[in-house]
Design a protein around this ligand. Structure first.
Ligand SMILES: [Zn+2]
Length: 641
């Protein structure tokens, strides 16, 4: 059930958005090739392009990428090595210790370094950035040195962490009380090493990775099933995911067996039988395991794994997510559809949504006709992940939570979640590590291919180098400020092939033209429109996705709603004014005031208020949910599952 306002002036304003004024994306240059896994994924029918095959054009996405890259180039690898070296009884080489969640006394120090390895590897893969490549190489070399000193440090072969191995002994004995989540950290390090191996071709990273994975095998194979279940009660990230990835990458079945030791029956069993028992669970302890289930399906073909992942997605998106695509309150899932009572300053942990995007992508590649997956992906990426970065910070620091309380403000969560934007060296929260990963993989889900079909999933300025076919696709758009995007194909475009274009569920009256001529192509909302033709170099496809104001009511309170315009959530700009309750919005008063920007005015609590895209709401107090006076009920079509 969706209430929309087809107000003539809104449509007129939307239709005026032009694509011609937008600069095209910069020329694509082939990035370095990443390694091909030994095993291909089972069940996949849409394939990603290598990160380096897609370049961003001028846009908020590119700005975010630039700021993340600046931080990745700036951050000192020696400081990030401090705890590893100290723990493995090596000199810290005069480096300064970090603060925050990487301070020398913090229980799960060295959880964040794996994120940096991944981000540096992705920056190299996507952009060919050699500064990031060299930092990754430097860290891996030093990590190899840490492992080489294990005997002197009293650790088992392959061990690699910034805290003593005795934390694992305590974990296995059920006596770990210092707050550490040791396998969570190991998961991050394994993933970072895997990404350095596959994106940089680093055989040293491969060796360190295999040694650490071997240590995990040695450590877990001697545990009884009951003891292993007890170990899994402490957050362990996506150990099943990364070890399955290692199986796919190497072809060595040893790693699948180790991965499956981390199958958590308490999480998997209810999901396999399609029961939503998420209430009260720590959200980001769950999502990485769901990703692991998707990976285990693709490695084994066992449909139970696929069902676990797909059911988890349905529950999380359909019953536990806010309008911006985020989930969790105080890091925990609440009762299904309990939204209205949980609009607080500690909603929407960034890690959860980034990981949900990963899960969504995994599931969509199994079922690439399901637009609901990508509609969610777009909504969560734009409104939550993109908006979680501070655009006034040259290092692109992030907010841990995205507050949804009345008068909430990004970077002003509770003290235990940082309470501010992240900093260069004094934060290192989980979400900061997630943020550098997110800012270096923004190109990974725009386009996909399968044989002679190209899928266009996201609308943002970009250039695709479809190198297998010698085709370049240049997308120019100001979306979502404009409802129109242009895709020009050049190069060796001859012969018949298909362009498959996502038509979001929220639009109506979508049109597709080629070189200015309307095409007789079915463009039903919530489906893909397929344009099959014999192409000529220079052909330009124009896609128009009319946008309108819609209300998205909280599942449990039809009078409490967020406002959307196309994919963008709109929020009220309240400056420094505190709000004690959601403002009462006159929905009919919402008026677009610009043809080139998503700028609106409205009346709320009897006073005028400016509405802006939520992803651009930084530096002021906002209202994301409103009292709408019974003018609507229910959620938008994006959530209809
Ligand atoms: Zn986090």
């Amino acid at each position: 059930m969706s209430s929309t306002l087809d107000r003539r002036r809104l449509l007129q304003a939307a239709g005026a958005g032009a694509v011609a004024a937008v600069a095209p994306a910069t020329e694509a240059t082939p990035g370095p090739a990443s390694l091909t896994p030994a095993r291909s994924d089972i069940g996949v029918s849409a394939y990603a392009f290598a990160l380096g095959r897609v370049r961003l054009g001028p846009s908020r996405w590119l700005d975010n990428q630039h700021r993340t890259l600046a931080y990745l180039r700036f951050v000192d690898a020696e400081r990030l090595l401090y705890n590893f070296r100290a723990n493995h009884r090596l000199s810290t080489n005069g480096a300064t210790a970090n603060g925050g969640w990487d301070a020398p006394a913090f229980p799960f120090r060295t959880h964040v370094q794996g994120h940096f390895l991944t981000a540096w590897a992705q920056a190299y893969a996507a952009l060919g950035d050699t500064v990031c490549r060299d930092k990754a190489d430097r860290m891996v070399t030093e990590l190899a040195g840490c492992q080489a000193n294990n005997s002197a440090a009293g650790f088992g072969a392959g061990y690699l962490a910034g805290f003593p191995e005795s934390d694992f002994t305590a974990l296995e004995a059920g006596t770990l009380t210092n707050g550490n989540v040791p396998y969570y950290c190991i998961h991050k390090t394994l993933t970072g090493l895997l990404d350095v191996w596959r994106h940089l071709g680093s055989t040293r990273a491969r060796a360190v990775l295999l040694a650490l994975a071997g240590w995990v095998d040695d450590r877990t194979k001697r545990l009884s099933a009951a003891r292993m279940r007890a170990v899994l009660r402490t957050e362990f990230g996506g150990m099943n995911a990364v070890l399955t990835d290692l199986y796919q990458q190497t072809g060595d079945a040893r790693w699948l067996a180790v991965a499956q030791r981390f199958d958590h029956a308490a999480v998997f069993d209810p999901l396999a039988s399609n029961q939503d028992r998420l209430n009260g669970l720590h959200a980001n302890t769950q999502v990485p395991q769901w990703i692991g289930a998707a990976r285990e399906y693709k490695a084994t073909g066992t449909t139970r794994y696929r069902d676990i992942a797909a059911n988890a997605w349905n529950f999380c998106v359909g019953a536990h997510s806010y309008a911006i695509g985020g989930n969790s309150q105080a890091e925990h899932f609440r009762a299904p559809h309990a939204i209205a009572g949980h609009l607080t300053a500690d909603t929407c942990e960034l890690c959860n949504t980034h990981n949900m995007l990963t899960l969504t992508r995994e599931l969509w590649q199994l079922n690439p006709g399901r637009v609901a997956y990508v509609d969610y992906y777009e909504r969560a990426l734009l409104n939550h992940v993109i908006g979680a970065q501070n655009p006034s910070d040259p290092h692109g620091h992030i907010t841990y939570f995205t507050p949804l309380n009345p008068g909430g403000r990004r970077g002003r969560g509770p003290a235990w979640g940082g309470g501010t934007w992240s900093t260069d060296y004094q934060s290192f929260w989980c979400c900061q590590g997630t943020g550098v990963e997110a800012g270096t993989r923004l190109t990974d889900s725009v386009y996909f291919h399968n044989g002679t079909t190209l899928t266009v999933n996201l609308f943002l300025p970009s250039v695709l180098d479809w190198n297998q076919r010698g085709i370049t696709v240049r997308q120019s758009t100001a979306y979502p400020a404009s409802d129109t995007t242009a895709l020009q194909v050049t190069g060796d475009v001859g012969g018949s092939w298909s362009m498959r274009i996502r038509i979001p569920a929220w639009t109506s009256g979508a049109t597709i033209g080629v070189n200015g001529t309307a095409q007789n192509v079915t463009a039903t909302p919530g489906t893909y429109a397929t344009l099959t033709r014999s192409w000529t170099s220079g052909d330009t496809v124009t896609v128009r996705l009319p946008m309108r104001v819609a209300t998205h009511a909280a599942d449990d309170d039809a009078d409490l709603a967020a406002i959307t315009y196309g994919p963008a959530v709109l929020c009220g700009n309240y400056g420094d004014t505190a709000l004690s309750a959601p403002p009462a919005l006159d929905v009919a008063s919402i008026t677009r005031t610009s043809t080139t920007a998503l700028a609106f005015t409205a009346t709320a609590d009897g006073r005028p208020v400016r509405l802006t895209p939520f992803h651009d709401a930084q530096g002021f107090n906002y209202a994301a949910y409103w009292r709408i006076g019974g003018r609507s009920a229910g959620n938008g079509t994006a959530e209809r599952l």
